[in-house]
Write a protein that binds this ligand. Structure first.
Ligand code: FAD
Ligand code: EPU
Length: 342
């Protein structure tokens, strides 16, 4: 049953806790209702904003169209063989709950992606990643509905054009499809990813020796590290990393490295080096900065925060200042990871 409401506050529905309103609002809990919605003549031409958990959006003003919140549930085993389990999961399922479900069942592959906020349907949008693993490594396919025609389509890995915080849905097909379910390929025989960041160190502190290593232990280590660095949106409004880590030509990295020997860099190809934007922003003097209720997190400079009543425009204005100063100091352009809704 569709229940389209008017003038709904979006504050509880975005982790930046921006106080913007939706002109129209509807929650969708199954594909049938979605099809019905897309055929309603009153709303065919109305601009639509698809929302999952609202943990990767910055709302810069009231949304004068229809916000469609995807709540489609369900975790089903679609098939199984000696090595893999294939799970088809509703787009509205909470991502971390899915990870915990998999860890509990011994299905390996997602444990490094523990505690990422948001929904399953949004995860392919930017090919979520953390601690050395990206969604595409466990992704098999997804189903999505075309917003204008209502046609249902399957997208395999090859169709999605995944990259670092990228997919076809963020680029060529932006705004054209609503993802309704995702099918994952999980492993019955785990390969552990412990090289990245502080995972190994944290496992050692937790007393987990190599022979005791498990996907549960990795999940717990990742949760521990994340809680120590990233602000909990329930306490301070934020959307995780505001910017992507830039990839710069090796020649530019080498000359910056002469000037700033501490500059970290991770080669991504023979020609490109990825540089942590958090380091650049901290060195440009922004870490812990606050103007009104808009700020740069004191423990992680890549995270912009709303201490209470900042508007989306205020966060965006701060983001522009940060971008300009990084450009001026290092000659590096940093671009937002967060989806800016204007
Ligand atoms: P939303 O914010 O609701 O939507 C994000 C985008 O996807 C919007 O453009 C929206 O229109 C679109 N969208 C949402 N659902 C659908 C759908 N069903 N069909 C089509 N389009 C849709 N991200 C990482 O990659 N790695 C991290 O480590 C990480 N850490 C984070 C930590 C914190 C504290 C926070 C707040 C965020 C973090 N993020 C991270 C970002 C965020 O969690 C992910 O991008 C997540 O996938 C967003 O899910 P969501 O459901 O909240 O999406
Ligand atoms: N750093 C600083 N100062 C800071 C923050 C970071 O100097 O204030 C430097 C340090 O050198 C540190 C390096 O940046 O070693 C990397 O920092 P961190 O490990 O915290 O990771 P990140 O590059 O800032 C990325 C993702 C996160 C993901 C973590 C772990 C992007 C844009 N962000 O952050 O994803 O959780 O790695 O894998 O790629 C998100 O996308 O929202 C997100 C939180």
């Amino acid at each position: 049953m569709l229940n389209i409401q008017s003038h709904v506050s979006l504050k509880p529905y975005n982790t930046f806790r921006i106080d913007a309103n939706a002109r129209y609002w509807v929650e969708i809990s199954n594909e049938e209702d979605l099809q019905t919605l897309l055929q309603l003549s009153d709303y065919i031409d109305t601009p639509k904003l698809i929302l999952g958990g609202g943990s990767n959006v910055l709302l810069c003003q009231n949304f004068e169209g229809l916000v469609v919140k995807i709540n489609i549930q369900g975790i089903d085993i679609s098939r199984e063989d000696d090595d893999h389990v294939y799970l088809t999961v509703g787009a509205g399922v909470n991502w971390h709950q899915l990870v915990l479900f998999c860890v509990g069942k011994g299905y390996a592959g997602m444990e490094n992606l523990s505690l990422i906020p948001g929904t399953v349907g949004a995860a392919p949008m930017q090919n979520i990643g953390a601690y050395g693993v990206e969604l595409e490594q466990v992704f098999e396919s997804l189903t999505a509905v075309h917003v204008l025609t209502g046609k249902k389509q399957t997208f395999t890995h090859a169709h999605c054009a995944f990259g670092y915080r990228e997919s076809v849905f963020k680029r060529e097909l932006k705004g054209q499809y609503i993802i309704t379910s995702v099918t994952f390929q999980l492993n019955k025989h785990p390969t552990f990813h412990t090289r990245y960041g502080a995972i190994q160190e944290t496992l050692t502190t937790m007393g987990v020796s190599e022979d005791k290593l498990s996907i549960k232990a990795i999940s717990e280590a990742v949760i521990h590290i994340r809680r120590s660095k990233l602000p909990d949106p329930a306490q301070i409004g934020n959307a995780g990393s505001f910017f992507k880590n830039p990839e710069i030509p090796k020649s530019q990295f080498d000359s910056l490295n002469d000037q700033y020997p501490a500059l970290p860099g991770y080669p991504v190809s023979d020609e490109l080096v990825k540089v942590p934007a958090g380091w650049l922003i901290e060195q440009a003097g922004w870490k812990g900065y606050r103007s009104g209720d808009a700020g740069v997190h004191a423990k992680q400079a890549l995270v912009l925060v709303n201490y209470g009543n900042a508007t989306g425009e205020e966060i965006l204005a701060l983001a522009k200042l940060v971008q300009e100063s990084v450009q001026e100091k290092f000659g590096i352009s940093i671009s937002p990871e967060v989806n800016i809704v204007k």
